[in-house]
Design a protein around this ligand. Structure first.
Ligand code: NAD
Ligand code: GLY
Length: 374
């Protein structure tokens, strides 16, 4: 089992990574939290695959685990879902000596983390990510949130987990589309933080045709995949330890998110998976960087080529430049702040770009929308 320490002002905690460690969740958790009532929360898919193993493992170590199963999906990441968890926790009599385990992807992790941050003013929580996206990004760093009808992740907190346990073998059952979405977040780290990682991903990409990437676990192999996840978590840990509350440096991790959130909002959070929208957002941000001459032509093309290999659903027929650009400027007005883009300036490095010409931004969206993809 591999261990990476995340050191923030709020907390120091370990991220454990290994192959087949779901069966050891109980013993790993018991190293950090004494035996106590535990609420495991997961969605339906994850429940049928991994809840039993997790429950049994905790029981073996003297914990009293309860299971709560969510409907799942981005549209279920709401205050109402958090309120249901409060009710369930109160009915079970959970107090500050209890703990909650988020078993699943980023939706479960964000929602359960939000619940943990607010129930009785804060409970310890454990992230047990089972998607690639959650392993490389959402389970680490303590951003927890639910969505509001006016936008994504608007109600939230910074609440670091007590520990993170990633069993790489769970990625074996991950649907190809979900694997692709997580791969986009992995590329993000390469583009904005590490040329070495970028080149590793590029090399892998050259050996994989588009359709094969989604079958990542089988094609890439658990060992290589684990090394890539370790690299991503180490990068994120180094950033979060310097800027836990996203005051400056951590904002580089929002590469692709300004355009990506606009794509998600303009399609009502129902068409693209988060990672797919971010992949589209990173393509647009790279094109913007090229047009603003922030990055040299060959490097920009290499980044775009890597991102284009990620399959995305076809652009919905009715989606217009106005709708996506409108979602961008709505976001800007709502936050009463400048429109900031994270742009790659060379492989492994990014800069912030405030309020570029909106005409240019629209041009970039226009070029992207018809899509050169499947
Ligand atoms: P998700 O949690 O909805 O999981 C994706 C799907 O995969 C679900 O249907 C789930 O049931 C299924 N699944 C999960 N693990 C599986 C497995 N091992 N085998 C088979 N099926 C499995 O989505 P996600 O892509 O993991 O996360 C997206 C969310 O993460 C978004 O809400 C996004 O805003 C959030 N996010 C948060 C952060 C952060 O820092 N907090 C960072 C990035 C993304
Ligand atoms: N997903 C970006 C961050 O955690 O800051």
């Amino acid at each position: 089992m591999y261990k990476i320490m995340i050191k923030t002002g709020q907390k120091h905690y370990p991220v454990y990574l290994g192959k087949g460690i779901m069966e050891s969740v109980g013993s790993v958790v018991s190293r950090h939290l004494s035996a106590r009532p535990v609420l495991i929360v997961c969605d339906k898919n994850v429940s049928s695959l991994y809840a039993k193993k997790c429950l049994e493992s905790l029981r073996r170590e003297g914990f009293k685990p309860h299971l709560e199963i969510l409907e799942g999906g981005e549209r279920g990441k709401t205050l109402e879902a958090a309120a249901n968890l409060y009710t369930r926790a109160l009915e079970l009599g959970l107090d500050r000596h209890s703990a909650v385990i988020a078993l699943g992807g980023g939706v479960t992790g964000d929602l359960v983390g939000f619940f943990a941050a607010t129930y009785l003013r804060g409970l310890p929580f454990v992230q047990v990510p089972t998607t690639l996206l959650a392993m490389v990004d959402s389970s680490v760093g303590g951003k927890v949130a639910v969505n509001h009808p006016l936008g994504k992740n608007l109600i939230g907190a910074f609440h670091q987990p007590a520990l993170v346990i990633s069993d790489i073998h769970t990625l074996e059952t991950l649907p190809p589309r979900e694997f692709n979405a997580g791969w986009a977040e992995l590329i993000k780290y390469g583009v904005v933080c590490s040329k070495k990682l970028f080149k590793r991903l590029e090399l892998l990409n050259n050996n994989l045709s588009r359709g094969r990437l989604g079958k990542g676990f089988k094609v890439i192999g658990a060992h290589k995949l684990m090394n890539l996840i370790i690299r991503a978590v180490s990068i994120k840990g180094a950033i979060v330890c310097r800027d836990e509350k996203e005051e400056n440096l951590r904002r580089v991790l929002n590469f692709g998110h300004t355009f990506g959130h606009a794509l998600e909002a303009a399609t009502h959070y129902g068409h693209y998976l988060h990672g797919e929208a971010v992949a589209g957002g990173m393509i647009m941000a790279t094109e913007l960087a090229l047009r603003l001459k922030q990055i040299d032509e060959p490097s920009g093309r290499r980044i775009k080529a890597l991102l284009e290999n990620i399959e995305r659903p076809p652009t919905p027929g009715g989606l217009t430049v106005e709708a996506v650009a409108g979602a961008l400027s709505y976001d800007k007005k709502r936050k009463k702040e400048e429109l900031v883009f994270v742009l790659p300036c060379r492989l492994g490095k990014a800069v912030f770009c405030k309020n570029p010409s909106f005409h240019l931004v629209e041009k970039v969206i226009e070029e992207f929308l018809p899509g050169k993809h499947s």
